[in-house]
Design a protein around this ligand. Structure first.
Ligand code: ADP
Length: 407
């Protein structure tokens, strides 16, 4: 699986350590060319899975992966297997996708011991993600100590949300003592696709009011006024907002107390249910949209309701954000569902012609995969599909910071 000689020179290694998976990509920040990428999943389970795509093929294997340290070792061995030792490969930086930066981090950050410590301290706010992020930083820094490691935080783009959008109406002293505010997530994706949208339209980023729907397994919406986010649907944690694959999105907080008092569920059980067996999965048993459509086709009333709840929530946020922005120029869909599911896009925007939003049925259905406009020529609001590329955004941020250090 040797890559062409020198193919890894000048690349950034992007690491995304999730709760039970590690995604990685070796990418040229200038050209966006990906030399290799892969996924280690089901870490800690009896049978883990490793997939590695590189310029000359794809390899897949199954077997136990004890923990994130073991998983990262596999990643680094695979990168080394491309031809040169890690130290000779010419990797210029490692970009770490970090989930929760709390109130501390709002820009790409050079990782040192203090940053690792601070991210670990923030684990209470993201117990599934930050501990895995910390291990990713520790192992990668130990193996590649001589190149800059840069943290890019999912929360950073939303750091300056207006206070009215960032504040929960709860006891202010308790909120302050426990860091309770709305932080927002998927920020790297929202920023990337909204900037791309402006470029696609040949317009200044600062001239456009945009609403972005990032619809993947996790899902969030963002209202972006002239390049500045003014609201987003995720909050203290990535649980708030839209209905998702397995996460509930908005629920009355009273539901939690009711579950404790009446159903006898403890905090761990409630947390697990809201994160892992709610959303589409909770409503119809599957979280993958392709499976959901199959069930709808077979006449499942549960799947139909799950779909309707999903779309209803999108429309609710769309309406709210149109008013918050005082009108919208561009609506963008991204993420696995947003990029590929024409039905969701159509139903989310159906019947909104009086608000200047008209989706072109043929353009929406066309089997295309790149950046594209799906609104009619008459539509005042441009509706775009922009594939997200968080890895490229992270690689570019890491490369820029690394270059600034060497200046
Ligand atoms: P993640 O949040 O894990 O990165 P993705 O952005 O990959 O998730 O989105 C996963 C979702 O996208 C799944 O519900 C999946 O069914 C849906 N999806 C991916 N590809 C397609 C496709 N070609 N057609 C319809 N849905 C798709």
């Amino acid at each position: 699986m040797t890559a062409p000689d020198g193919a890894t020179a000048g690349t950034v290694l992007v690491l995304n350590c999730g709760s039970s998976s590690i995604k990685f990509q070796l990418i040229h920040p200038d050209t966006a060319e990906s030399v290799a990428h892969g996924l280690i999943e089901r870490i800690g389970e009896p049978e883990g899975r490793i997939v590695f795509h590189h310029t000359t093929g794809t390899e897949e294997s199954l077997g136990p992966i004890a923990d994130h340290r073991a998983g990262l070792r596999v990643v680094l061995d695979m990168v080394e297997g491309l031809g040169r030792s890690l130290h000779e490969a010419g990797i210029v930086a490692v970009g770490h996708r970090l989930v929760h930066g709390g109130g501390l981090f709002y820009a790409p950050t050079l990782i040192d011991d203090a940053v690792v410590h601070a991210v670990a301290e923030l684990s209470a706010l993201a117990p599934l993600h930050n501990p895995a992020n910390v291990i990713g930083m520790e192992v990668a820094r130990a193996v590649l100590p001589d190149i800059p490691h840069v943290g890019v935080f999912d929360t950073a783009f939303f750091h300056d949300l207006p206070a009215a959008a960032a504040t929960y109406a709860i006891d202010r002293e308790i909120a302050a003592a426990h860091g309770i505010r709305r932080y927002g997530f998927h920020g790297t994706s929202h920023e990337y696709v909204s900037r791309r949208a402006a470029q696609f339209l040949g317009r200044e980023y600062s001239d456009l009011d945009q609403i972005v729907f990032h619809l993947g397994n996790g899902a969030s919406a963002a209202a972006i006024a002239g390049g500045h986010p003014i609201d987003t649907s995720m909050g203290l944690t990535p649980l708030e907002g839209l209905a998702m694959g397995t996460r509930c999105g908005d629920v009355d907080p009273g539901v939690l107390m009711h579950l404790k008092r009446s159903a006898g569920m403890d905090v761990e059980a409630i947390d697990d249910m809201l994160n892992h067996s709610s959303g589409l999965k909770g409503l119809c048993g599957v979280n993958d949209f392709r499976a959901l459509h199959r069930l709808v086709g077979e006449g499942s009333a549960d799947a139909k309701l799950a779909y309707d709840v999903y779309v209803h929530r999108i429309r609710k946020y769309l309406g709210a954000y149109m008013i918050e922005l005082g009108g919208v120029d561009v609506i963008v869909f991204t993420g696995g569902v947003g990029e590929n599911n024409a039905d969701v896009r159509w139903d989310a925007l159906a019947g909104l012609e009086r608000f200047g939003i008209a989706v072109d049925r043929v353009a929406n259905k066309a089997h295309e995969s790149g950046e594209r406009c799906i609104s009619t020529p008459e539509s005042e609001v441009r509706v775009l599909v922009i594939p997200t590329n968080e890895e490229l955004a992270i690689a570019r941020a890491a490369d820029a910071l690394a270059k600034s250090l060497s200046c």
